[in-house]
Design a protein around this ligand. Structure first.
Ligand code: SF4
Length: 257
């Protein structure tokens, strides 16, 4: 690179290239939490291994697949070429934490080896993904770089959890929070407002509030459930209000597992 080149160097070009790598390697529609907007996205799984929650259509058209370590290492090397542009990295897709610690540890080791400037690795995980690991295994993941788990508990009401086919119980959510806390991994919990429907509205609200108190996570996010009734009502709203609701729906749909 000559002097002239150095004087016209624009780091934003490299940032654009880094984003281009993301778009080249990511398969299908990819979701990440809003707080991971600046993160490198690495898809260690494609789709969701559960894919049954009644309110979630994010990965319906995607066949669940676990990427090989070779594929992941190649993607990390592609990002490494651009140097320390991003300080955070997020592991997708929908319930990537479902992978065993035997599979996750080499991924975290490869991230640290290839991108040593990464300060925090985040991941989407549900209750199953936490509980298929012991506290000791979670500590190992933490020591290898796992910093935060984004966990959609949706409701603290067991009857509602069954009706939305979430596949976990209130007690299991509390156990997952306890294990993450013991391992020192940050926990961001997402609940779904209105998911109990009119019938379970009161139980959903009261039991979700008490669940959050018991779990006591460092972060809580609330997303609004979309019902057919709400959708119908939206058509009767003034244009400005309708646009606002649509924007909220798009943002909310990015919260995920
Ligand atoms: S909400 Fe999460 S666990 Fe449920 S189907 Fe969607 S991605 Fe999978």
């Amino acid at each position: 690179m000559g002097l002239q080149d150095i004087s016209s160097f624009n780091p934003e070009c490299f940032q654009d290239l880094a984003y281009e790598i993301d778009s080249m390697t990511l398969v299908g529609q990819v979701y990440r939490p809003p707080s991971e907007a600046e993160s490198i996205l690495i898809q260690i799984t494609e789709g969701c291994s559960h894919n049954k929650c009644t309110y979630c259509g994010m990965y319906r058209g995607k066949q669940f697949r676990v990427k090989s370590l070779d594929e992941i290492e190649q993607e990390l090397l592609d990002h490494a070429r651009f140097g320390p542009l991003q300080r955070r990295l997020f592991l997708c897709d929908g319930d990537a934490l479902v992978l065993s610690s035997r599979r996750l540890l080499p991924v975290l080791v490869a991230i640290r080896r290839t991108l040593p400037w990464i300060e925090r690795v985040g991941i989407y995980g549900d209750t199953r993904g936490v509980l298929n690991k012991t506290v000791d295994q979670l500590i190992q993941l933490k020591e290898a770089g796992l910093g935060i788990v984004y966990h959609g508990v949706e409701s603290g009401d067991d009857e509602t959890l069954v009706s939305i086919q979430k596949g976990g119980t209130r007690d299991e959510c509390i156990e997952a929070a306890t294990r993450l806390k013991e391992a020192g991994i940050m926990h961001s919990v997402i609940v779904l407002l209105g998911v109990g429907g009119v019938k379970r509205s009161n139980e959903h609200a009261v039991n979700t509030a008490s669940l959050l108190t018991e779990m006591d996570p460092p972060y809580v996010g609330a997303t609004r459930a979309k019902s057919k009734k709400i959708q119908k009502k939206k058509t009767a709203l003034p244009k400005e209000q309708k646009e606002n609701m649509t924007r909220q729906s798009v943002e909310h749909s990015k919260h995920g597992a």
